[in-house]
Design a binder for this molecule. Structure first.
Ligand code: ZN
Length: 243
């Protein structure tokens, strides 16, 4: 499976969507497509991250018991880890967990990272190398702890802002598609294509929200003159079926 398939097209689409954008961000930095993907003002980066986590949890619920969003890891008892960047907080959480996904009775833990391949820190790397680096960073944060303390298995789920998937994420969704296709009696290729499309659509829609969404940190009186209806509905999680 080609991980970078369509990546250039998606990136070009996003660059085209940056036309007529503001030059200055509400956080005080110059605004461009790269900044829009990482700026935390307005909460769009969190919405993008949560949307992928919730969608993955929903898919896992179709085939696993005990799917949990933001499960807490077991507290530490003076354990030490090889990597300096290992998360040693007693409040540590990952994004999703599911029991009996990779192996019967074992809990699988997943943590999501969405990175911008056009960001300065990734520009010198190939897309494959950037995926690898992000997966390694996540694994150093959690893998050893989850393996030795929680007795589970950790998988980093790395995506690009334009919808590409890292090799570990491809492995997860392929396995998910395999089991789901057996359960639903549907072709595995169709299930995988639907998953890729759904995840990709979700990421691209979120990227557009990061680009176009109105950034503000405090509640202000509603002014309909400059209202961004779409961004507000998504940010407030209003059910769009209510009309
Ligand atoms: Zn900003």
């Amino acid at each position: 499976m080609d991980n970078v398939e369509g990546e250039d097209d998606r990136t070009n689409d996003l660059i085209m969507a940056t036309e007529n954008l503001t030059q200055h961000c509400a956080c005080g930095t110059a605004f461009d497509a790269n900044h829009a993907m990482v700026c935390k003002k307005g909460g769009f980066v969190c919405i993008r991250h949560d949307e992928v986590g919730n969608l993955t949890a929903k898919m896992l619920q179709e085939i696993c018991h005990d799917v949990t969003i933001e499960p807490a890891l077991l507290p530490l008892d003076d354990e030490h880890f090889t990597h300096r960047t290992a998360n040693t907080s007693n409040d540590a959480r990952v994004d999703v967990s599911a029991r009996s996904f990779w192996a019967r009775g074992q809990t699988a833990f997943f943590d999501i990272r969405i990175f911008d391949p056009m960001a300065a820190c990734h520009r010198e790397l190939s897309l494959e190398a950037a995926h690898k680096r992000n997966e390694q960073e996540k694994s150093r944060n959690y893998q050893e702890r989850i393996q030795h303390v929680d007795h589970g298995r950790f998988t980093p789920l790395v995506f690009t802002t334009s919808g590409g998937m890292g090799p570990e994420a491809v492995r997860l969704y392929s396995r998910l598609a395999e089991v789901l296709s057996g359960k639903k009696r549907q072709p595995q290729s169709s299930v995988m294509a639907w998953m890729r499309c759904r995840l990709s659509f979700s990421l691209v829609r979120s990227a557009l929200l990061c680009l176009r969404g109105t950034r503000s940190s405090a509640l202000r009186p509603v002014s309909l003159a400059g209202m961004d209806y779409e961004a507000t509905v998504v940010e407030s999680r209003i059910d769009q079926r209510l009309q």
